[in-house]
Each structure stands twice: as structure tokens, then as C-alpha cells.
Ligand binder design. Structure first.
Ligand SMILES: *[C@@H]1O[C@H](CO)[C@@H](O)[C@H](O)[C@H]1NC(C)=O
Ligand SMILES: *[C@@H]1O[C@H](CO)[C@@H](O)[C@H](O)[C@H]1NC(C)=O
Ligand SMILES: *[C@@H]1O[C@H](CO)[C@@H](O)[C@H](O)[C@H]1NC(C)=O
Length: 507
């Protein structure tokens, strides 16, 4: 009893061990063919392996007597089974015409036992039943693989460009009737209403945007409950950056209007792309043509010095293959309008108004007084925030109630948007009468006091001289004495006035 059960146990163990080494598609006398699905345009591998145990055995016996023949059991077009690829004993390969450049088996197939057939790229007409016959020694092993092809169709064909209606559809070589098609974008189920609509399993995108790019997966469900899916990586050719970009520039400065494609044209197999810029403003149509090679996707328009007539709308039209896509760019010129033209006199009220030729409405303005010495400009910018009110102020209008010497120099108006600083313009404030009031007030006060004193002394001398004259002549003119008496207090008054002025300048 005991030896019998031991033998049975060993037999089962060996069988199990052997079964473990029979890889998919390599079972002898296997009735059911293995099924492989591939998307048209991608690659497919039809598996066929010889177990390493069998390989080892055949190597020991007659290593050079291995050959493989891949045949196709015709689709609808080919009724007769026909050869696809053959690797003979000597390693000589033969491939049949229709699939010649697209089929291969590993070079090391005869040594490692991997006779899998690779088809790259798969076409929809490749669908059908394939069989490999591996002959080693006197035995023949067969692998049967059924290739199913799913086709994802783009209409119009690639390159897909933004805003051009697009239809994505999926079909497969499966013969049962199709029950349902579901679509997934980047792994999420797409509701087939609203932006996307599904008709007879096809998905329609009315205005493709660059955000619609990515992996699209169609899932086909058939009446026999077979579910097949295919993934397509959709690339949409559009532009980088916001839809209607606005560039802010000060008059006289350089401006670069952006026009950058979302992909290199070479990603779509296109070698040359050309851009055409036009200025749409003011009835004046100006054209520029820019050509780039396939290793560039940027076509900026450079304006070396922005003039007042340059503000307005521009269009960049890029031709890629047979398609043309365009983007509008606005050039907004930032200007400063002073309430007083030319040099401003000290003490006057000045308004500086910062304005945009093409405002979007959400811009904010900030005024700042820049230090004249460039080395400390950073420091000045940092400290100006802590200075009195009008040194750094927000709003488009800067008001200086009484212009003084310390307001002289460069004023900068910066434009900010939600995305940050957009541009800036500088205004040079010049003040007249700088020579009169430029010396320090204490010094000017001293000068005035000195002058007054000199005048007073001169007057005193005059009065004394007149008094001496009066004494020398006969005192017959009392009116003259009165005149002198009147004159002196007037001079005193003048002195008082001068003193008042001194006080005023020192305030
Ligand atoms: C067998 O060969 C195919 C290509 O012919 C390859 O794709 C596959 O990975 C190979 N399998 C193994 C197990 O090496
Ligand atoms: C699927 O559709 C494509 C394009 O419309 C067509 O070429 C192909 O033959 C179709 N495949 C099947 C299996 O119907
Ligand atoms: C393409 O243009 C870029 C710069 O725009 C340049 O660096 C590159 O050398 C050019 N390549 C060819 C092949 O002309």
C-alpha cells in the first residue's frame, strides 16, 4: 500500500512540475487559440515559447534541428493558410511579401525558445488566426494565436489642431454585435453630454483645446460580454500660454510678442513651420514672415523700439503642414501724462497719470520714486515703501500737492495683474528755479540778514549826512526834517518785512 501511494504522489508532483513549465501558447495539442488584442498603429506580440526543459533536452540531442514556421489562417480575403515567416534549421529567415517589413522573431529564438511573432505596426487587415509550428527533433509543437485589432480613427487626421472639430471613433475586428462604447480621458469616464457628444460610439469634440490632449481610452462592450479597450495618446497642436496674451511696454522700449506652439512640428512628422505676423490696428496692415526649422516651436515678433502707433492687436498665424492656426496678441503701451508739460516750477501742484492703451480692466498701478544713483536703487526701492505717503503709492494717478526739490528725478509706474508685474514706464521729473532756492535755507537766511544790515547802515549814514547838511545850512526848512523823520520808519518796516520772510523760508 505505502510504496503505491508514494509512486502516485511522485507522479502527480512531476506532472504539476511539468505543467508549470508549459507557458501560454505552448501547450501541445491545445485546442483553444490564445487571443491577443492590439491597436492599429501600435505593435503586437503573438506569444509562442518552448519550455526550457524541452529546449535543454533537444540541445543535448540534436541542437541544430529546430525550425519555426508562422502561418496565417486567412482572414476574409485570404482563404488559404499562407506563410508569414519561417526560420530554418540553419537560421535562414524567409518572410512573405504583404507583412515582410513588419514581422520578426527574436534573433536568439532558436537558442532561448522564444518564437513569439512581433508585428510592428499592426494594421486593421492583420486581424485573424495565426499558427506557429515549431519543429525540434522529430516532434512538432504548435502555437495558435488569434490577433484582434482595434482601430482608433481620428477625423480629420493628425495633426489635430485646437478649435477644429474633432471626431474620435473606435471599432474592432470582433464579430459579435457592439452593445456600448464608453470613453475615458486620463482615466476618468467622460460624460457623453455637454462638451463631448457620443454618436454611434464615436466621440465628438467641438472645440478641442490643449487641455483635451492626453490619453483617450475607448471601451467596447459586445453582445457576448467581450470587453475590448484601446488607448490613444492625443496631441493637440495649439499655443502655449494664455488665450489672448497682452504684452505691456513703455514707449521706446523693446517688446517681444509671444507665439509658441504647444509641440514641436516634428512631433507630427512635419519639418517646416512658418509664422506670419500681422498688425490689425488702425487700418494699417503690416506683415512679417518668420520661418523656423523643425527644432523650434517659438515664433516671437520683436519690436526693437515701441512707438505710439505700435499699440494694438496683432495676429500670429502659423502654418504647420496643411493647417494654419492663429493666435491674437495685444500690445498695450504704458504711458505717463503729466498735468504740467515740460519742467515743473517748485511749489506747484502736479498730477502724473499712468494709463494703458489697451486696458483689460484688472490691472493695478504702483508709483515709486527711484533713487537717481543706480547702485543704491535696490536699497531705495526697499526704503521708499517706508517713506511718506506719496513716495510709493498705488492707483493710476500720482498727486504731488507741492512740488519740491526732493521730488526731482525718476518716477516709475508699474502695472500689476493677478499674474504679477506686467510692465513699467518711467517719468523724469524736472524742476525749474533750482538755482534760486537750491542753497540751504539757513545760508539764504544769513545772506538776507547781511543785506538788510548793510542797507540799514547805508540808510543811517544817509540820515546822518542829511542831518549834518541841515546843520550846515540855515534851519529854515522844517518840512525837510519831517520828511527825514518819515523816511526812517519806512526803512524799519522793510527790515521787519525781511525778518518775516526769513522766518517763512525757515519753516
Ligand atoms: C519574446 O520575444 C518577443 C519579441 O519577439 C518579446 O517581445 C518578448 O518580450 C519575448 N519574451 C520573453 C519572455 O523574453
Ligand atoms: C474600422 O474602421 C477603419 C476606418 O474606418 C477601417 O479601415 C477598418 O477596416 C474597420 N475595421 C473593422 C474591423 O471593421
Ligand atoms: C534650428 O534653429 C535653431 C535656432 O532657432 C538652431 O540652433 C539650430 O541649429 C537650427 N537647426 C538646423 C538644422 O538648422
Amino acid at each position: 500500500m505505502r510504496p503505491v501511494s508514494l509512486v502516485l504522489f511522485l507522479t502527480f508532483t512531476l506532472l504539476a512540475f511539468n505543467a508549470g513549465h508549459i507557458l501560454p501558447g505552448a501547450a501541445e495539442g491545445e485546442s483553444r487559440a490564445q487571443k491577443v488584442w492590439a491597436r492599429a498603429g501600435s505593435s503586437a506580440v503573438l506569444p509562442c515559447h518552448l519550455s526550457s526543459r524541452k529546449m535543454a533536452k533537444s540541445w543535448k540531442q540534436m541542437s541544430d534541428k529546430i525550425s519555426v514556421l508562422w502561418k496565417r489562417h486567412g482572414g476574409s480575403a485570404h482563404q488559404e493558410p499562407h506563410m508569414v515567416l519561417e526560420v530554418g534549421y540553419s537560421g535562414l529567415r524567409k518572410t512573405a511579401l504583404p507583412m515582410r517589413p513588419r514581422v520578426s522573431v527574436q534573433d536568439s529564438a532558436l537558442r532561448n525558445g522564444n518564437f513569439s511573432l512581433r508585428i510592428d505596426p499592426v494594421r486593421s487587415e492583420d486581424a485573424g488566426l495565426y499558427e506557429a509550428q515549431v519543429a525540434y527533433n522529430t516532434e512538432v509543437q504548435s502555437c495558435q494565436v488569434e490577433l484582434g485589432v482595434i482601430t482608433v480613427t481620428l477625423s480629420p487626421p493628425s495633426p489635430v489642431v485646437e478649435n477644429e472639430p474633432l471626431l474620435l471613433s473606435c471599432n474592432s475586428s470582433h464579430r459579435a454585435s457592439l452593445v456600448e462604447t464608453r470613453w475615458f480621458h486620463n482615466g476618468r469616464l467622460v460624460p457623453t453630454s455637454g462638451t463631448f457628444c457620443s454618436l454611434h460610439g464615436a466621440l465628438s469634440i467641438l472645440r478641442p483645446a490643449t487641455s483635451d490632449a492626453g490619453s483617450w481610452c475607448c471601451q467596447l462592450r459586445y453582445s457576448d460580454n467581450e470587453i475590448i479597450s484601446a488607448t490613444y495618446n492625443l496631441q493637440i497642436l495649439g499655443f502655449d500660454g494664455p488665450t489672448n496674451p497682452v504684452v505691456y511696454a513703455a514707449p521706446g522700449s523693446a517688446a517681444d510678442l509671444p507665439c509658441t506652439l504647444s509641440y514641436l512640428p516634428s512631433a507630427f512628422g512635419i519639418n517646416v513651420a512658418t509664422a506670419h505676423w500681422s498688425h490689425l490696428g488702425g487700418g494699417r496692415l503690416q506683415d512679417w514672415g518668420i520661418s523656423q526649422n523643425s527644432s523650434s516651436r517659438s515664433f516671437p515678433l520683436r519690436l526693437p523700439a515701441v512707438g505710439p502707433g505700435d499699440a494694438g492687436h496683432y495676429r500670429c498665424a502659423v502654418s504647420v503642414g496643411s493647417k494654419t492656426i492663429s493666435r491674437d496678441v495685444t500690445l498695450a503701451v504704458v504711458t505717463v501724462t503729466p498735468s504740467i508739460q515740460g519742467p515743473v516750477s517748485e511749489g506747484s501742484r502736479l498730477l502724473l497719470i499712468c494709463s494703458l492703451s489697451h486696458p483689460r480692466g484688472h490691472e493695478r498701478f504702483q508709483w515709486k520714486h527711484l533713487d537717481s544713483t543706480p547702485t543704491t536703487s535696490k536699497l531705495a526701492a526697499a526704503t521708499s515703501r517706508n517713506l511718506e505717503g506719496h513716495r510709493s503709492q498705488t492707483g493710476p494717478t500720482l498727486e504731488i500737492p507741492r512740488v519740491s526739490q526732493k521730488d526731482m528725478g525718476t518716477w516709475e509706474c508699474s502695472v500689476y495683474g493677478p499674474e504679477g508685474r506686467l510692465g513699467a514706464v518711467e517719468y523724469e521729473l524736472q524742476i525749474t528755479g533750482a538755482q534760486v532756492s537750491s542753497p540751504p535755507t539757513i545760508f539764504s537766511g544769513q545772506v538776507t540778514f547781511g543785506l538788510t544790515l548793510t542797507l540799514f547802515l547805508l540808510l543811517t549814514v544817509c540820515v546822518l549826512a542829511l542831518a549834518l547838511q541841515k546843520r550846515a545850512r540855515s534851519p529854515a526848512f522844517p518840512a525837510l526834517e519831517g520828511m527825514v523823520a518819515v523816511t526812517v520808519p519806512r526803512k524799519m518796516e522793510l527790515e521787519e518785512n525781511q525778518k518775516g520772510k526769513i522766518q517763512q523760508t525757515e519753516c
